[in-house]
Design a protein around this ligand. Structure first.
Ligand code: UDP
Length: 253
């Protein structure tokens, strides 16, 4: 195959020019980073698992009418997605206090929230993705008021969908991050869910045991990350074609 043009390389993914105008090939790497890339490692099989899991969540969202960038999976590590203009915000939805919210507000991790809390972080690695309010977003023109209404509605629909899917397999969706892209259709613009949805960008806790099945396993050195992701994939029935896990699971229930 002819070498494709690389458009962008991030911490966990590479984007290549797609085969048709308006498309991009998203390649999932095995690299794991945390704490703004201060902690780094290569986790065998992570890219394969995240490619499958992101396909599973994004195609499920497409099916219930929540628009996403996902078109089709191409192979073990690559998927075809719609090219879009990424809004420079990380949209975080929380159902349970954890991570930076626990730290910032001095609250205990695991405290359930009485309603989902949606937060916005300005995407800027050099600044460490600072928390921003809708006032900042409006003042700096990162998104319009109409965009913000649409983003909130998308974020809550994704939360309802993912919470339900996870609950059905005994997993609590604690929080997650999504990114939103703008696509232009004639004179109109539409917002869609972009980037990825995977255990890299969610907090997932086993409902019974509280065991962490997400990137905190890597961030906090709690065990083998690929085993945790394989467990999520196994419960959801999302496995590579040969139906074998990409790594041998060693998690004890
Ligand atoms: N998150 C992410 N990318 C980031 C920051 C956060 O995917 O750059 C996800 C993270 O995995 C968690 C949620 O967003 O599911 C909330 O993260 P938090 O603000 O607690 O930050 P953390 O303490 O994880 O850095």
């Amino acid at each position: 195959m002819a070498r494709r043009k690389k458009i962008y390389e991030g911490k966990a993914k590479v984007l290549y020019e797609g085969p048709r105008p308006g498309t991009i090939v998203q390649y999932f790497k095995d690299d794991a980073t945390a704490y703004n890339a201060e902690k780094k490692d290569v986790i065998d099989g992570k890219g394969v698992l995240n490619n499958r899991l992101s396909e599973f969540f994004m195609s499920g969202l497409n099916q219930i009418g929540v628009p996403t960038h996902f078109i089709e999976r191409l192979n073990m590590r690559e998927q075809l997605v719609r090219s879009c203009e990424i809004i420079p915000l990380e949209v975080v939805v929380r159902n349970v206090v954890a991570g930076s919210m626990a730290k910032r507000l001095g609250m205990e991790e695991g405290t359930p929230l009485t309603r989902p809390v949606v937060e916005y972080y300005y995407k800027d690695d050099a600044l460490g993705d600072p928390l921003v309010t809708e006032e900042h977003i409006a003042a700096f023109g990162w998104a319009s008021q109409q965009d913000m209404d649409d983003i909130l509605s998308l974020a809550l629909r994704v939360n309802d969908f993912l919470s339900g899917v996870m609950m059905a397999v005994g997993i609590r969706l604690v929080d997650f991050k999504i990114e939103i892209g703008r696509v232009f259709e004639g004179d109109f613009q539409r917002l869609i869910v972009a980037d990825e949805i995977s255990p890299d960008s969610c907090r997932l806790w086993d409902i019974e045991t509280g065991q962490k099945l997400d990137k905190d396993v890597f961030r906090r050195d709690l065990g083998n990350l690929a085993d945790a992701y394989t467990e999520v994939a196994r419960r959801l029935g999302v496995m590579p074609k040969n139906n074998q896990p990409v790594t041998k699971p060693t998690l004890i229930n």
